[in-house]
Design a protein around this ligand. Structure first.
Ligand SMILES: C[S@@+](CC[C@H](N)C(=O)[O-])C[C@H]1O[C@@H](n2cnc3c(N)ncnc32)[C@H](O)[C@@H]1O
Length: 336
């Protein structure tokens, strides 16, 4: 007993304090404001328009949490927050944090109810339809969600550009491409590839705008469609990122079957997300993502590499492999 301390319990229990400080910092534009260079506390406070009472605690909490640096009274972005959380940079991935702040922070407050009822707790709680019907009926929420997807997938997209043998293939389509974060990273790294993104028609203009901002409009085309009612487009490689986890097991199998049908012999399907470790005890992010699917969807859940490889083989893929990408993300590759 004497050598047991409750500090890890306290740290996890209060974890949302630190999380909300970061989310509010993005909402207030702390990192975009500091992108122009270090500022003293009073100047930063005045630029952000926040009350004097807790400004110093707020800024110093961000220092202690590793999100800002401080030299005497001058605050500065860290290399990471400057690259990823300055809205003016193309590398901005704060769309994810904006969505966490405006949607999921509140919805996760109903986790206990979700666990008791098995029902989603987001916009679809009191209406019919699925996550995407609810999100996409409002243009601001649509854009927020699609930008958030670029944030959540950027690391995996960069890693996949390096770790998959793209030289063996010429064309690829990202199924459920959202803003196009993955196709852009792959196309930037491999000039011989052409391809695009397949997604619901309403996503088209946002995909096209993002792709054009990287000068890739001639190599990456948007293909509108609904993967429940339309066949999937053909290509040497199909990618599904954070798609299968949105749906129940029958829907997952149906999507995998459609991908298998769309590929020629030798073609590849890459499924990537926060694939849970086979023992279901290490990838906490993957397990929490699966609980996030409880909050967000009617039947979605995350899964292990062995689960996914098994479903791929059931629908006819002859070779499967699981490859770690970065952090909590892995890809499961199926070869037809
Ligand atoms: C969770 S997001 C993943 C986005 C992206 N692949 C990533 O990992 O960052 C799911 C994507 O599936 C798309 N989607 C949902 N239902 C769809 C459908 N019925 N047909 C085609 N795309 C759909 C959404 O518009 C969204 O872009």
């Amino acid at each position: 007993m004497a050598d047991l301390f409750p500090d890890r319990i306290v740290e996890l229990g209060t974890g949302f304090w630190g999380s909300k400080v970061l989310l509010s910092a993005v909402e207030l534009g702390v990192f975009s404001t500091l992108a122009g260079g270090p500022l003293d506390g009073e100047t930063l406070r005045a630029r952000l328009g926040i009350h004097p009472r807790s400004a110093r605690d707020f800024f110093d909490a961000l220092v202690a949490l590793g999100m800002l640096g401080r030299d005497r009274d001058r605050y500065a972005n860290t290399p990471e927050t400057d690259l990823f959380l300055d809205r003016a940079k193309p590398s901005y991935m704060g769309g994810l944090l904006e969505m966490l702040n405006f949607r999921l922070y509140g919805f996760w407050g109903s986790l206990t109810e979700a666990l008791r009822t098995g029902q989603p707790q987001n916009e679809s709680k009191f209406g019919g339809g699925n996550l995407f019907d609810a999100l996409y009926s409002d243009p601001a929420r649509l854009r927020l969600f699609l930008q958030a997807m670029t944030g959540v997938s950027l690391g995996a997209a960069k890693a996949m550009a390096q770790k998959f043998p793209w030289k063996q293939y010429r064309t690829f389509v990202d199924i459920g491409a959202a803003q196009g974060g993955l196709p852009v990273q792959v196309a930037l790294a491999h000039p011989h590839l052409t391809g695009g993104g397949f997604d619901l028609p309403v996503v088209g203009p946002i995909f096209e705008g993002y792709v054009a901002s990287f000068g890739l409009a001639d190599r990456l085309r948007f293909q509108p469609g609904d993967f429940f009612t339309d066949p999937l487009p053909g290509a040497d490689v199909l990618v599904m990122g954070h798609i299968l986890h949105d749906w129940d097991l029958d829907e997952k199998r149906m999507l995998l079957r459609k991908a298998h049908t769309a590929l020629d012999s030798g073609g590849a399907l890459i499924v990537y997300e926060a694939i849970i470790d086979n023992e279901r005890r290490r990838n906490a992010f993957g397990l929490l993502m699966s609980l996030n699917m409880l909050i967000e969807t009617r039947g979605g859940f995350d899964y292990t590499g062995t689960d996914c490889a098994g479903w791929m083989r059931e629908v006819g893929f002859r070779e499967t492999s699981v490859v770690h990408l970065v952090g909590n993300d892995s890809m499961v590759v199926g070869i037809k």
